[in-house]
Design a protein around this ligand. Structure first.
Ligand SMILES: Cc1cc2nc3c(=O)[nH]c(=O)nc-3n(C[C@H](O)[C@H](O)[C@H](O)COP(=O)(O)O)c2cc1C
Length: 315
């Protein structure tokens, strides 16, 4: 299991919010406040360390913990997330932490934090007010925390953590993906626009690297007409943890013109006569999906000596 431990400290709650959002996106994960009980770091493949910036006190609890507890991070992926007002401070204290835990290859992320004066304790209010006076900036609320920025960071960190350590050759991944697609015939397509989301089970045809779906119409077109992005998943029923087979595909969706050569080609593939469709009392639509990315969780990869999850990006 590619699991992640998210260790954080936070004085006024912003970094806690960041850590919680990341823990949801990076699951399977465990969220851990450094001031509480820290689980066994050794059992996790990935570690996120998130801390707020407070000048020389930045990451104080985390630094104290890692001074007392030495771990071997060489085989783990580590991401350091700093939360504050200044990115350069984030880099400065992130590098300090990197040296302490003795890990060369680290993924960094800076998240814009926020400063709400009425939330500060008296000591912080006084020190901040004198600092603002000194550098001649107004002593007012600063920064703006945005969930969206953390969600985007989560996507990037997940891509980094999910990059397989034992990557299968491209042609092997492609071959296994194509076989899996051909062994099955039904998928779920997810389409949506703004507040509207729709997941639709549908039979597919796979031909020359693209998916085709014949459809009478329906609410999936609310998304298809307004958002070219689509997600497709094909999976087998769960039996046990040694047989995990599921393929997630991201791609672009397109509606074929009626009676275009590609439309008629799909009918031919399905052994449907063009005249039969022309004589129907309703119109039949053909949706095409051009895949851009495949994410394949497939137990067979593990048997072959590779990571269970492999990705394939179409150029
Ligand atoms: C006393 C004080 C000192 C701060 N020092 C820094 C700093 O050195 N660099 C920085 O980028 N942000 C600094 N900040 C802003 C905090 O990093 C920001 O408010 C952050 O969102 C706090 O996170 P938390 O709510 O998890 O504690 C400071 C804030 C306070 C109150």
């Amino acid at each position: 299991m590619n699991s992640t431990l998210i260790i954080y400290e936070s004085k006024y709650g912003t970094t806690q919010k960041v850590a919680h959002i990341l823990s949801l996106i990076l699951g399977p994960s465990k969220l851990c406040n450094i001031e509480e009980k820290v689980p066994d770091v050794n059992i996790y493949e990935n570690i996120v360390i998130a801390f707020p910036l407070y000048e020389e006190k930045s990451a104080h609890h985390i630094i104290t913990y890692f001074k007392d507890h030495i771990y071997d991070f060489s085989k783990k992926k580590v991401c350091i997330v700093s939360v504050g007002l200044s990115k350069s401070d984030g880099i400065k204290y992130g590098l300090r932490l990197k040296d302490l835990i003795k890990k060369n290859d680290i993924y960094y992320h800076f998240i814009k934090g926020q400063l709400v004066i009425e939330k500060l304790d008296d000591k912080d209010k006084i020190s901040l007010e004198s600092y603002c006076k000194k550098i001649k900036i107004p002593f007012v609320d600063m920064g703006k925390f945005e969930d969206k920025k953390v969600i985007n960071a989560g996507i990037k960190i997940k891509e980094y953590f999910d990059r397989p350590k034992n990557e299968a050759p491209r042609e092997v991944i492609r071959k296994e993906i194509e076989e899996f697609i051909k062994e099955n015939n039904t998928c779920s397509i997810s389409t949506g626009y703004e507040d509207f989301l729709r997941s639709t089970p549908i039979e597919y045809e796979y031909f020359q690297g693209n998916f085709y779906f014949i459809s009478e119409g329906g609410l999936k077109f609310v998304g298809i007409l307004q958002n070219k992005n689509i997600s497709v998943s094909i999976y087998e029923n769960y039996t046990d943890m040694n047989h995990l087979n599921g393929l997630q595909i991201s791609g672009e969706v397109e509606l074929l013109d009626y009676w275009s050569s590609e439309y008629e080609k799909v009918l031919k593939l399905k052994k449907i006569g063009v005249d039969r469709f022309k004589n129907l009392p309703i119109s039949m639509n053909i949706i095409k999906v051009k895949p851009s990315k495949f994410e394949f969780l497939y137990s067979k990869f593990k048997e072959m000596g590779y990571d269970i999850k492999q990705n394939l990006i179409n150029a």
